[in-house]
Write a protein that binds this ligand. Structure first.
Ligand SMILES: Cc1cc2nc3c(=O)[nH]c(=O)nc-3n(C[C@H](O)[C@H](O)[C@H](O)COP(=O)(O)O)c2cc1C
Length: 370
């Protein structure tokens, strides 16, 4: 790959509410380095290194909203409480000092939380219908009052993110966690207004987005991350066709999403078997007219779920096909996960044509904040 061809990654990005120096996004990656839910100086330095080394937008690891059953481990960062929010202020300051931009990813794990885990082991796990990702009944459906409290918790986190100086928020609506549990027919069998057909199953997310919008005002960027696949159900699909995807996306756009982060494991795969070459970010951009972020095995030769299933790392891979797609405008931004987890200088190495210096991804990298 020549440095000239990598130029597509280094063109500035301009949109109505968000401008970035280049097209490289650090994908959100849970690290579990925040004891008691508080991100410390090591976490701030970790994100700062990516900003110093040319990442256009950092999306933080998933950060937990203020709800007793939001997370499944005490070392996941909170996005509530004075100590954790002070920690996040330190992260934002470090990234901005280095000239970077940063969004926080707001997260609630829903029914994927094993009972007895997280900061409040006694709290019951919550989800739309009390079903786990296998569709088994393991709890009670959320009541409308509980749903209203969850929406308020997302909105409070959004207001705090803006107050702390984050450049955007990203709502984690992917991978089978709480928001996605409302999207997915296997985990949402409600018969009230939060359940029903695919468009009706977007109601919870739409209300979260609208509440966040009221909290941050009209000019602040709201990103929604979503995926077809779920944790442990990689072939799952919310939408089987582009027409279904359209019905899914429309209410989310109307609610106020500015940018979609379309999570796939392999960016080059067509979203549908309809002969079109577009990936999920490509279709989402085409259908909504909103800018999109692609993700999935960028610069690596093995997808990330092989890490969790088999403990596998990945070698480096060419960016050829990715750059062509970016160049023709299929999507606007490119999120990079594991390659940036193990190599803080990934972006600058690509920019300077130092491909031979790129680090492969080794599972051991999870143990250190490089
Ligand atoms: C260690 C690790 C932690 C992750 N944590 C999150 C997370 O908190 N939120 C999220 O939306 N995705 C998470 N992901 C998925 C990544 O954001 C990304 O979509 C995935 O790794 C594919 O990108 P890659 O092939 O470049 O690694 C995580 C991935 C890894 C490897």
């Amino acid at each position: 790959m020549s440095t000239t061809s990598a130029q597509a990654l280094f063109a500035p990005f301009r949109s109505a509410k968000l401008s970035l120096d280049n097209r490289i996004v650090m994908a959100p990656m849970t690290r579990g380095f925040s004891p008691g839910g508080v991100p410390g100086e090591d976490v701030a330095a970790y994100y700062r290194r990516r900003a110093e080394n040319g990442v256009g937008l950092i999306v933080t690891e998933g950060t937990l909203i203020d709800h007793p059953a939001a997370g499944a481990s005490p070392s996941l960062p909170h996005f509530y409480g004075e100590a954790a929010l002070d920690g996040w202020a330190g992260v934002v300051g470090a990234v901005h000092e280095a000239g970077g931009k940063i969004a926080t990813q707001l997260w609630h794990v829903g029914m994927t939380r094993q009972p007895g885990t997280g900061t409040n082991p006694d709290a019951a796990s919550v989800g739309p219908s009390g079903l786990n990702l296998a569709g088994e009944k393991v709890g009670q459906p959320l009541t409308e009052n509980e749903i209203a409290d969850l929406i308020a918790a997302y909105a409070q986190a959004a207001a705090d993110a803006k107050r702390l100086g984050f450049d955007a928020i990203e709502l984690h609506g992917a991978h089978g966690y709480l928001i996605d549990q409302f999207f997915w027919r296997v985990t949402n069998v409600r018969t009230d207004r939060y359940g029903g057909d695919l468009a009706s199953r977007t109601r919870f997310a739409a209300e979260v987005i609208a509440a966040c919008r009221r909290a941050v005002g009209p000019d602040y960027p709201i990103v929604l991350r979503y995926s077809q696949w779920k944790d442990g159900a990689y072939e799952a699909k919310l939408a089987e066709t582009s027409a279904e995807l359209d019905r899914f996306l429309r209410p989310l756009v109307d609610a106020g999403v500015d940018l979609f982060h379309c999570s796939t494991r392999r960016f080059w795969e067509p979203a549908f078997e309809d002969g079109a070459d577009l990936n999920l970010a490509g279709w989402t951009k085409k259908l909504t007219g909103k800018p999109t972020i692609t993700v999935g095995s960028v610069g690596l030769d093995l997808e990330f779920t092989r890490l969790f299933k088999e403990g596998k790392g990945a070698g480096t891979a060419s960016l050829g096909g990715l750059l062509e797609r970016l160049d023709r405008g299929e999507f606007d931004l490119v999120a990079v996960g594991r390659a940036l987890l193990s190599d803080p200088a990934w972006a600058v190495k690509i920019k300077q044509g130092r491909q031979d210096e790129l680090e492969p991804f080794a599972p051991q990298a999870l143990g250190t904040l490089y």
